[in-house]
Design a protein around this ligand. Sequence first.
Ligand SMILES: [Fe+2]
Length: 599
Amino acid sequence: MGSFPTSLLSTFLRPNSIPFQHQPPRRPLAPPTSLPQPSACRVFSTRIEENQPTVTTTRRPKRKWLKKLISSTRKHRSKSVKEDQPLPSMIFKVFDDIIINFIDPPLRVSVDPKYVLSHNFSPVNELPPTECEMIEGTLPSCLDGAYFRNGPNPQYLPRGPYHLFDGDGMLHAIRISKGKATFCSRYVKTYKYQTEKDAGSPIFPNVFSGFNGMTASIARLAVSTGRILMGQFDPTKGIGVANTSIAYFGNKLYALGESDLPYAIKLATNGDIITIGRDDFDGKLLTNMTAHPKIDPVTKETFAFRYGPGPPFLTFFWFNENGKKQDDVPIFSVISPSFIHDFAITKNYAIFPENQIEMSLTGLIGGGSPVRADPRKVARLGVIPRYDKDDSEMKWFEVPGLNVVHCINAWEEDHGDTIVMVAPNILSVEHALERMDLIHASVEKVTMDLKSGMVSRYPLSIRNLDFAVINPAFIAVKNRYIYCGVGDPMPKISGVVKLDISLSEVDRHECIVASRMFGRGCFGGEPFFVAKEPKNPYADEDDGYIVSYVHNEITGDSRFVVMDAKSPTLEIVAAVKLPHRVPYGFHGLFVRENDLTTL
Ligand SMILES: [Fe+2]
């Protein structure tokens, strides 16, 4: 998902600073229907250590807060701080304890690790390439390559505030060749990950979860500044976690998170995932980049953007087919920092959704989060010619109530005078970051008349749908089919549905034409469409397979499933048992073998 780069102040340090030691649940987990209740909440990946009893020799009773601080510090020292650890590191950890215990404890469910990391959201250890067992059907021959899925997997147990978007990125890849599968899970070796691994504790500011009032923010900024001055980390080398998505462009494969530069990745011949490093594209990409670049399947050009807290709040750019970055195009017509996570392209345009979620110091001063929905703001869509050098030709369309976070596709009609976009619209945007379990997203078709400025829109389905994909060959051109995850709640996905957009053109009714629910206690992630014949221009748009990881919360098993995209039941044609659990995550990609070999 996303992050505001200024959200640097949050830091969470656990006293024992021990990486997760992941253990399977001892008993089956009941399938949660919403946010888990505290009694049912199990962070089953955490190694529990026995605390040494604290002996107090002071005769006079201490104040409660002082007792807590002393106790916390003693536990901290007894469990994690090495005797030879530098004094500044110990001091910073004590400050962290003070912030976590007395200024900003993780009180909200959206940042409480007990909730956020419960059940199959808890992280797993890395897994080297491991051969998989086929448990159903056979893998189609067109699945010759590897499916990757990215997601948050914190290296250390967060003791302070932790949002789902904050975890270190871990890639889960299943390499398929001649019907056999090998699975591997590896962290993206970001600068943050490697620095904290070397330090033996989390030291970076958290990007998403820590801002809850001015006092906590100032305190965390002070600690982070101290750490930077003492050389514990260098923010110019990146603060991102690369946990959101993965993209192949310019003959390279990248793990992406929108608060940092892309991290180049490759897959070894044995199926191992290797981080090559942070890529600044010959010095032309200085700061962060979206996790949702768009690759034009015809021109092979890649379009991207970044957003941030300071002007220009939005910047557009693109890469040629060889991955060479072109000049930035600042979008000065965006006048406030907005949460622009995704966008769409057509043959000639790029479309940016500016929703009601933005960053405001008002929220921070008022004691809350600076990232929140502003009910007074009117959502709008911006259309800019995709090769323009500035935003002078950009047109904005006000669309009240259209809060788009993910875009599915867009295209041109009427000889380029009309833009059509399909995207999930978050109906209850006030819950967007705080209570994702309460979000309902309705996939809509939005039409913009570039001449008259008229906008029309209507839903394609009443279901709660997001994490949608199409046949990648149809990006930027008119397409018919969409494959959506059914939120239960997002990002847990209880099934996949197939929408036929063409039905909306004759009668505005439900467009779902095929469905596959995973069953009781089973939840998947974002689906991905793999064409049977990617080089056949006459192949049907839906002639291919939908793939996804699915986890069974009752048995604890995870599997890779392959569904027939043409089947009205999205019939499962193959299933592979995975050698370990795959936590719920974000976005994925199938990379064909001939592309893997170029990395
Ligand atoms: Fe996303």
